[in-house]
Design a protein around this ligand. Structure first.
Ligand code: ADP
Ligand code: MN
Length: 495
């Protein structure tokens, strides 16, 4: 059979009423749409890419990439038009809501400017005024009905103006163009469905962080990792937290032979909402390693910095031999690391695992050891250490979640350490490890200080005094002091 041959035309008979039915047209349109953009509707669901449908998914991915490319070009054009309209005017009109993609975390400097929220655009045209309900105007023989072809055609053309500004109507509006009802209706349908598609994307973008789903740009990042062969498949989500979503994936082949990809990986996607991160500013703002960069950055870049911080901290821990995930790759706000667990089942948190008293005691001494190593060898304080961020795997404790970890010389570093000590002591005392030090003893054992205060309040006060001393030291000697410049040296608190 020749592929160019005429197709078998099987005419489907249906009534005129059906053909004329706007309802039917709508349904067909919707069906077509859903077929063309299934992912837009079903973005929140389940696994992304599975082994069985690699071919179709890569087609889908290509289509998505093309769509994204198109949307990007489209948005660039929109921005140019926006600029042209606004000029130097102090009051400006934003086309933000007509954009296909929000200037999300693109690298272009144009995107650094925060956008205006103009959900309710006062400049947006009101609903089109159509022929009054009675269906005719005029009197006597001058009566013109809504069915008058010329009037109607002109009106249809004019009504195109009420389509969203993103909708390309060409030069039709300026000319004496008469659109037939049929053509107008088809155009209207199309314009509306485009609008709906765009609205869904926007909605998706706005809610994506509240749901399990990740935003389109993150999805593209993940797709690329699979497409490049670095990851075999992304199987599903293992955790949704306030600040991150963690996925499980099977590792693929490495581009460079020297660094193999672990058979199973965890993908930590730092959420690109800003709200949750605002109250974590203090961890990073005062971290001298990031100090110079912090002030210059926009919020999106700051979120990437959390991912970067986690990567650096994990690397330090890895080098010290502390059991923790091994970094595979960092791409923007997405960190890929080795998976702690097996066959897609993550290792249980220490709070969820039932251990023999023997194992629990072993776990305690291991944690004590790791805290000391972390402090002395990695020059780090975990700053969120608790039974929630320790996994039990392979007969030992693994530390995770170190994006907020700081160096002990951080202005609040010792307070964070004391809080870690409190969590650890309380947990192990609760589960019945008789040998567990109390939080003050643990603090001294980890830090090497010898704070003798025998109550919480005085102890806390001494910690703050130490921090103050360190701050003064920094003030007097400048930020680029030797004690700060060499990564990994233990801090000096006295002169
Ligand atoms: P959050 O900031 O959301 O607490 P975490 O890094 O603690 O982020 O990750 C959340 C959860 O995801 C963890 O409690 C753990 O169950 C799982 N998880 C994170 N990283 C890994 C990993 N490398 N291997 C296995 N599970 C992980
Ligand atoms: Mn955690």
């Amino acid at each position: 059979q020749c592929p160019w041959g005429t197709p078998n035309t099987t005419s489907i008979s249906c009534s005129l009423a059906d053909v004329m039915s706007e309802q039917l047209a709508k349904e067909l349109q919707l069906e077509e749409e859903n077929a063309a953009f299934p992912e837009v509707v079903a973005v929140a669901e389940g696994p992304f890419i599975t082994g069985e449908n690699v071919d179709t998914s890569s087609d889908l991915m290509l289509a998505q990439m093309l769509q994204m490319e198109f949307d990007r070009e489209y948005d660039a054009q929109l921005r140019r038009e926006e600029k042209k309209i606004n000029g130097d005017s102090k009051v400006s009109i934003s086309f933000e809501n007509y954009r296909k993609l929000h200037p999300y975390d693109s690298d272009s400097s144009e995107d650094e400017v925060d956008w205006q929220d103009t959900r309710h655009d006062p400049y947006r045209a009101d609903k089109p005024t159509t022929t009054p309900r009675k269906g005719f105007i005029g009197k006597g023989k001058d009566i013109t009905t809504k069915h008058d072809e010329v009037v109607c055609g002109r009106k249809n053309t004019a009504r195109m103006e009420n389509f969203a500004p993103e909708f390309q109507v060409g030069d039709g509006i300026g000319m004496d163009l008469k659109l037939s009802n049929q053509v107008f209706n088809a155009l209207k349908q199309h314009a509306y469905s485009e609008e709906r598609r765009s609205a869904r994307l926007h909605e998706k973008k706005e809610h994506s962080t509240a749901e399990k789903a990740v935003d389109p740009k993150t999805r593209l990042l993940l797709y690329k990792m699979v497409n490049s062969g670095m990851l075999e498949t992304i199987t599903g989500c293992i955790s949704t937290g306030k600040e991150s979503v963690v996925f499980h994936a099977y590792g693929g082949k490495s581009a460079t032979e020297d660094k193999a990809i672990p058979p199973e990986c965890a993908i930590k996607v730092f959420k690109t909402t800003l709200n949750e991160f605002k109250n974590r500013d203090k961890y990073i703002k005062d971290d001298y390693r990031f100090k110079d960069r912090f002030s210059k950055l926009n919020p999106r870049k700051i979120i990437r910095m959390w991912a970067e911080k986690e990567m650096h901290n994990l690397t330090r821990m890895q080098n010290a031999g502390i059991p923790c995930p091994q970094v595979v790759i960092l791409k923007k706000h997405v960190l890929v690391m080795s998976f702690i667990g097996q066959d897609q089942v993550p290792a249980p948190k220490l709070k969820d695992v039932t251990l023999s008293s023997e194992d629990m005691k072993k776990a305690y001494y291991q944690v004590l050891n790791m805290m000391q190593q972390l402090y002395k060898e990695c020059n780090l304080v975990h700053a969120d250490l608790s039974e929630y961020n320790m996994l039990w795997h392979d007969g030992k404790v693994w530390l995770i979640d170190v994006s907020q970890s700081v160096e002990p010389t951080h202005p609040h570093g010792l307070e964070f350490l004391f809080r870690d000590c409190r969590n650890v002591s309380q947990f192990f005392q609760k589960v019945g490890v008789a040998e567990a030090l109390n939080e003050r003893q643990l603090f001294n054992a980890v830090s090497g200080f010898n704070i003798t205060a025998d109550n919480e309040v005085d102890f806390q006060a001494e910690i703050e005094a130490l921090e103050k001393m360190n701050e003064d030291h920094v003030q007097n000697h400048g930020k680029k002091l030797s004690m700060f410049s060499s990564d990994g040296d233990p801090p000096i608190y006295d002169e």
